[in-house]
Write a protein that binds this ligand. Structure first.
Ligand SMILES: *Cc1c(COP(=O)(O)O)cnc(C)c1O
Length: 382
């Protein structure tokens, strides 16, 4: 269960998965002032703040251009559309991700092809990609899950050799580095989400495409405003998908804090790792090629049901990301996958659970989570 503590008050013993109120409270005076200026200024969509944020996020991502869109899902969808991926095409992706990754492929009329994950990192296993490439494959869409990058070099190498686009789903990994390079700068484009619970979250939906490909930039820029290249001249049927000024302004106020917030997340993760070292669970595996920005702190255990029930009883937040891999979701039943087809993803879905993780989590709360974990552990471990 995910608890969001009400802005003021609430049960002080409760340790939520995520508490956005503390971050918001600290920045509220500045946010209120800026929102007031926007309200009285009259520029609400793709204005000064939007353009500035695009430049700032592009720089952070090591890309030349940023394009604000309405959500992370739209960022993925518009990039796939801009690459002319459509009916009959296949896009290879991970089955162990939020469904938006695959939905964006489906929106284009293309087919997601799921390749199993590396059980250690939860990210797509590059070694299994080539076997699933067909004459219809057009792109590979790796996800940097929970804040740790997929192993991009072998994926990029396959992409180059087989003539496939590589698009990064960076929705959970803003600020993550793959071998010292920011995610989003590795493939032809990176897709970011500013959904409120993400490491950089807006006060509503929002997303961004980052790319250094000018042609792709121009195409996404047109697609997000109804396929328009000149005002009221439409070269193709596009979409209505922009980032508004209020969201952009909030994100710009938060952005200077992101690095510090991500550092604190890593510190919390280290503390958790130490506190859980004697419990029957696997703490997050760390890949040498990536930093980790801990969008989620996700452990795995065959005793998951016991831990989850125990944490719930003790009012400690716990989430399961994700209980069903995409190839076994009802929404994708028509693709014909069967249990056992992608065993690493299926086992992860059966064993993972995520613990409270946000920069404002106090040391006392970290200890509280550890106490609750110990109390929830199978008897032999208490
Ligand atoms: C959140 C998320 C998305 C979608 O972002 P929205 O802004 O919610 O549309 C896509 N992929 C992954 C991996 C995500 O976590």
């Amino acid at each position: 269960m995910v608890w969001y503590r009400p802005r003021f008050g609430g049960d002080p013993r409760l340790i939520p998965m995520l508490d956005l109120s503390l971050q918001t409270a600290r920045l509220l005076p500045e946010i209120e002032k800026t929102l007031h200026e926007i309200c009285t200024g009259g520029s609400f969509i793709l204005g000064r703040h939007g353009r500035a944020l695009e430049a700032e996020i592009a720089a952070l991502s090591g890309a030349s251009f940023g394009l604000g869109v309405a959500s992370g899902t739209d960022a993925l969808h518009l990039v796939l559309r801009a690459l002319d991926i459509g009916p009959g095409d296949e896009v290879i992706t991970s089955p162990f991700t939020f469904i938006a990754t695959a939905e964006a492929i489906s929106y284009c009329g293309a087919t997601p092809v799921f390749v199993d994950i590396d059980p250690e990192t939860f990210n797509i296993d590059p070694a299994q990609i080539e076997a699933r490439i067909t004459g219809r494959t057009r792109a590979i869409l790796p996800v940097h899950l929970f804040g740790q990058a997929a192993d991009m070099d072998p994926i990029l190498e396959i992409g180059r050799r087989r003539g496939l686009h590589v698009i990064e789903d960076s929705a959970q990994a803003i600020g993550t580095l793959y071998k010292d390079r920011p995610v989003g700068s590795l493939g032809v484009a990176g897709c970011l989400s500013f959904y409120p619970t993400k490491n950089l979250g807006a006060f509503g939906d929002g997303g961004m495409v980052v790319t250094s490909d000018e042609g792709l930039r121009d195409r996404v820029a047109a697609l997000r405003v109804h396929g328009q290249t000149r005002r009221y001249y439409h070269d193709e049927v596009g979409y209505c998908s922009r980032l508004d000024e209020m969201q952009a302004a909030v994100l710009r106020i938060k952005l200077p804090h992101l690095e510090g917030w991500n550092r604190r997340r890593a510190q919390i993760a280290q503390r958790y790792n130490a506190l859980f070292s004697d419990l029957p669970l696997a703490t997050p595996a760390r890949a040498a090629y990536s930093t980790h920005t801990y969008h989620q702190y996700t452990v795995r255990s065959v005793h998951r049901e016991r831990f989850v029930a125990g944490l719930g009883e003790q009012k400690v937040g716990v989430g399961i990301y994700y209980p069903v891999p995409l190839h076994l979701q009802n929404a994708y039943a028509a693709l014909g996958y069967r249990p056992g087809d992608l065993p690493a993803a299926e086992q992860a879905a059966a064993e993972v659970f995520s613990l409270p993780m946000f920069p404002e989590l106090s040391d006392a709360q970290i200890e509280g989570v550890a106490r609750a974990m110990r109390a929830a552990a199978p008897v032999a471990w208490v």
